[in-house]
Design a protein around this ligand. Sequence first.
Ligand SMILES: CC(C)(COP(=O)(O)OP(=O)(O)OC[C@H]1O[C@@H](n2cnc3c(N)ncnc32)[C@H](O)[C@@H]1OP(=O)(O)O)[C@@H](O)C(=O)NCCC(=O)NCCS
Length: 160
Amino acid sequence: MKLFFRLASKHMPNFTLQKATIANWETIEQIEKTSNRKLYAPRIDKAEILHDITNNFIYFIVVENKKIGFISYIVEADGNIEFNGLVILPEFQGQGIAKATFEQVLEMTNAKHYSLFVHPENEAALKIYTDAGFTIQSRLENHFGDGEPRLFMTLAHTLA
Ligand SMILES: CC(C)(COP(=O)(O)OP(=O)(O)OC[C@H]1O[C@@H](n2cnc3c(N)ncnc32)[C@H](O)[C@@H]1OP(=O)(O)O)[C@@H](O)C(=O)NCCC(=O)NCCS
């Protein structure tokens, strides 16, 4: 019985990625608002969201025409890609969607270096990043000014 439930809960719906535009800023805000404030620093105002839609890459994760989350990153001058958002609406969590999205974006971007910051108690996010090969470089006690610690993680693809 247990095995049945585990397999059933692992059934992942099909999803597509759709680039966000400034017309979507309120949807980003709504999705951000559902996240846990201790483990994740959400984008909190319109100006910040509009700035990030324009200057970052933000992709909605779409299931059956519903925007159920997003992933975001910035391409830095040296080509490093820094992830700065991965959120799934609570009712769609635990189905493997974040992990599959993250893996898809790594494949799609195919950069040599990646980085991100994650709260050390954010177990689901840490699992996704370590499974993708990211390793912890350092711990910063108040990186986002929210009084919470973050781990700085990186992934480097080296030529074999
Ligand atoms: C982090 C987040 C995106 C994960 O989304 P999700 O779709 O539920 O994640 P997945 O279903 O792909 O699960 C990823 C892994 O974490 C594991 N996991 C999920 N919740 C967990 C928990 N509470 N504790 C431990 N592991 C957990 C899953 O079992 C899975 O591991 P597996 O592939 O070995 O089975 C989601 O929890 C979220 O939106 N959180 C709020 C925003 C946030 O914190 N984002 C991270 C920014 S760094």
